[in-house]
Design a protein around this ligand. Structure first.
Ligand SMILES: [Zn+2]
Length: 274
């Protein structure tokens, strides 16, 4: 099934076998379901990088035309892809030769933020401090003071906080989806939140809308744009002129939220790492 979707910018850092020396390439990789299934992880290799062992997936993809080394910009996952079984050894050799480049990309991967008392996280685009609250059992938020309080046992804090954020995200995207849909005479069948790496939202042909819970971390105008985008797909399952007219009818400007997602979208994956 083809979905309409707002894809997160999956700019993998890649290094291809025929790339000019010293010129790392950036490429967009559309991670469609059907395609990714064809990429088979054959085995894993350890690379020695800056005195530590880094695991690298060795993949086979008949569609690849070159040997490609990739570093995922948020997870730091390293992989190398070969077009054929015969080229597997050469692919691993190629990756070993690119160790310095891999090390430089890994140094740029943003640090991960585990949700524990003492750290700051964005909530609806505003920085909030997480504090322990020994008297309360659940999670409470004080948006005026920019504080999120978490109760219960300390070791359960990350799970409790993530559940809380997911609940808030679901409430928000559900409310907005039905509001926007009513304005353009449409009705979603179902609204869900997930933890997707490659898209912020999607609309299926069965009128099910799905969103990344991480949108609750972004400013409201960004969440609104993603919701308007998916809701507009209920009427127009394409990205034609009338589709964009509907989106603008719902949220006005689309350039600003799109630019925000391009610039900051990846950083939302730092929090509560998968
Ligand atoms: Zn779309």
């Amino acid at each position: 099934m083809r979905d309409g979707a707002v894809r997160s910018v999956q700019v993998f850092l890649i290094r291809a076998s025929d790339a000019a020396k010293g010129q790392p390439m950036r490429a967009r990789v559309a991670n469609r379901k059907g395609r990714s299934r064809q990429r088979r992880v054959v085995h894993r290799e350890l690379l020695q990088i800056d005195g530590r062992s880094v695991e690298m997936s060795v993949k086979l993809n008949p569609r690849a035309r070159r040997l490609i080394v990739k570093v995922h910009p948020t997870t730091g996952e390293v992989s190398v892809t070969a077009p054929s079984k015969r080229a597997l050894d050469r692919a691993v050799e190629f990756a070993r030769g690119e160790r310095d480049w891999i090390a430089r990309q890994l140094a740029r991967v943003p640090s991960r933020v585990v949700l524990v008392p003492g750290v700051r996280i964005p909530f609806r685009g505003e920085d909030h401090l997480i504090l322990r609250d020994a008297d309360e059992r659940g999670v409470t938020i004080d948006e005026d003071k920019s504080i999120i309080r978490v109760g219960g046992r300390a070791e359960h804090a990350p799970r409790r906080l993530q559940d809380f954020l997911k609940r808030r995200a679901r409430l928000e995207v559900e409310t907005r989806s039905f509001e926007f849909a009513a304005r353009i005479g449409a009705k979603p069948r179902r609204v869900t939140v997930r933890d997707t790496a490659s898209r912020w939202g999607s609309c299926s042909t069965t009128r099910s809308l799905s969103y990344s819970w991480r949108l609750i971390l972004a400013p409201p105008f960004v969440l609104d744009y993603v919701v308007a985008h998916e809701v507009a797909h209920l009427r127009e399952m394409n990205h034609g002129a009338s589709f964009w007219r509907l989106v603008r009818e719902l949220v006005g400007d689309v350039k600003r939220p799109q630019a925000w997602l391009r610039q900051h979208g990846v950083s939302l994956h730092r929090y509560a790492p998968r």
